[in-house]
Design a protein around this ligand. Structure first.
Ligand SMILES: NC(=O)c1ccc[n+]([C@@H]2O[C@H](COP(=O)([O-])OP(=O)(O)OC[C@H]3O[C@@H](n4cnc5c(N)ncnc54)[C@H](OP(=O)(O)O)[C@@H]3O)[C@@H](O)[C@H]2O)c1
Length: 295
């Protein structure tokens, strides 16, 4: 299959390219400013520009688009609303119009932050109610993708792993705990931490099966504190270095849902990859960490 992946310098984008190649697909990567070193053909595109994007996609005519590019920095979105709207909504609107005109199957990577976090354990069909600008722009993206007949919205949460992209919580823990330094982690806010490699594998599977609808590809419900403890046990670090902190102490610019964990029981019926169990997710991270420290 010919798959066009956007956002290849982000952790999920980078891993999706790697998994796509591994499974024998022809992958074309879209970058904007940073070109990661990957063994695929890449296209430099500003996805907020409709004509430029249209012409490039028209020329390639992929079988599927996996749209990962966006603005994932939640506090940044609150401060730079115009940029956040353009990257999360306009890029999605542009690609949706092109996918519709050319009959291309499209996957859109979305987020647990479309929910308000009052309840947690959200199912795919529950009503979103974002409480920050990031969540609102991602929900706008979802609404436009739903106008297609051949689409999948894949919601995920707190992506972690080793590779490209912005710093993530697991990388922070590996660095600090690996050096024997203390870390503080919030114990009263819950998400569904998701391993990027397993997310990427599931995204490729969704494309191969051309699944239609909304799916939750996310890990089990954990606070950052619980996640830090589980990671520490798995990798053999000193658990006593992890100290509890609380959401009210954090100097976040954007409001955070208190419990945006995602229920994956429906999605798991359609996907063979075990993207959800914390044990498998941390085992995958451990192998990648050991391989990276041996180099
Ligand atoms: N991080 C998480 O925990 C999380 C959770 C749920 C969902 N997500 C979703 O995952 C995706 C990636 O987020 P992230 O936080 O991992 O990464 P990020 O750092 O926000 O990644 C942004 C990506 O978008 C690309 N991009 C920016 N402006 C562009 C433009 N004008 N045209 C084309 N590409 C452009 C960047 O490419 P260049 O580097 O080349 O500029 C980069 O690859 C987002 O859709 C986000 O909503 C993330």
């Amino acid at each position: 299959m010919k798959i066009l992946v956007t956002g290849i310098s982000s952790l999920p984008g980078y891993k999706t390219v790697l998994e796509g190649i591994k499974r024998g697909h022809e992958v074309i990567g879209v970058y904007h400013e940073r070109v990661p070193s990957l063994k695929v053909r890449v296209l430099g595109l500003d996805l907020t520009k409709r004509i430029q994007t249209h012409d490039a996609v028209m020329k390639e005519r992929p079988d599927a688009i996996i749209h990962i590019a966006g603005m994932g920095n939640v506090d940044g979105c609150e401060q730079e609303r115009g940029k956040c709207y353009a990257l999360n909504y306009l890029t999605t609107l542009n690609l949706t119009k092109i996918a519709s005109a050319l009959g291309i199957y499209m996957i859109y990577l979305s987020t647990d932050y479309v929910f308000d976090g009052q309840k947690g354990n959200y199912g795919e069909d529950e009503t979103p109610n974002p409480i920050n600008y990031y969540g609102l722009t991602k929900l706008l993206g979802e609404s436009v993708v739903k106008s297609l007949s051949n689409y999948a919205i894949v919601r995920t949460s707190t992506i972690y792993g080793i590779g490209m992209g912005r710093p993530n919580f697991a990388m922070f823990l590996l660095e600090k705990l690996g050096k024997g330094e203390e870390v503080r982690a919030v114990s009263d806010q819950f998400t569904s931490p998701t391993n990027a490699t397993l997310l990427a594998r599931a995204l490729i599977e969704v494309a191969e099966k051309r699944l239609v609808g909304t799916f939750h590809v996310a890990g089990e419900r954990l606070s950052r504190y619980e996640f830090a403890v589980r990671l520490s046990r798995k990798l053999g670090f000193d658990e006593k270095l992890i100290k509890e902190s609380y959401a009210k102490e954090m100097k976040w610019k954007a409001k955070r849902p208190l419990d945006s964990s995602l229920n994956f029981s429906h999605t798991k019926e359609f996907i063979d990859t075990d993207f959800y169990s914390t044990e498998n997710s941390l085992e995958t991270l451990k192998k990648e960490y050991e391989a990276s420290t041996k180099r």
